[in-house]
Design a protein around this ligand. Sequence first.
Ligand code: PGA
Length: 246
Amino acid sequence: MRLIAANWKMHKTVSETEEYIRAFLRLVEHPESREILICPPFTSLYVAGKLLEGSGVKLGAQNCHHEEKGAFTGEVSIPMLKEVGCEYVIVGHSERRHLFCEDDELINRKLVACLEEGIRPILCVGEKLEDREAGMTFKVIETQIKLALSGIEKYTDSLDIAYEPVWAIGTGVLATPEDAVSVHRFIKELLKKLNPENGGKTRILYGGSVKPTNAGEFMKHSEVEGFLVGGASLEPETFAKIVYSF
Ligand code: PGA
């Protein structure tokens, strides 16, 4: 089943979250054949979890710490996320990599912790513009995935991967569906190599300037198994249109 995920980033207070979710749930009463996920900021998770209970719409976090507890000022652990109803966590988003200096080793530790704790990670990968221009897209994606999955290759079925070209995030510049499809195919092949017993449960999502006006074009391709949506997920009506774009 395709996964349509909203990444709110650092947007929405608790009261804005309540307002959004009440409106959104009215718009997605019968979301058959697709899984919907909302990833609000940490402060909104509890209230979002309460409001989403029984709706079928899932809750996720945008980040986590890999330790269960301890002296890690400012961090939030996976058991804390699970307690408020999170079933997913975004790991290695390009903003975490570039603005908060998360490296592949840390991302790997977070993935290991997610698998141990039983929360489903969405691993984000993507090349920068200079990588693409240098013809390095596949190499960069391969390296990011290999390092992120180091030692946990046989658990690929327990995670999803979002391909988000860095140059397309929040810029309005979109990869063409064909660009995305070729990377999605490459990732599928790579997963088969890393884990020959892969049961094909890893969904490859596309992210980067997805909007209601372009979502349908991507969804024509079976290789696009969902979206990770930033800016266009902030209004319930707009996000609902993306949810129903296929
Ligand atoms: P965008 O962000 O849809 O605003 O480009 C996507 C993301 O960062 O996940």
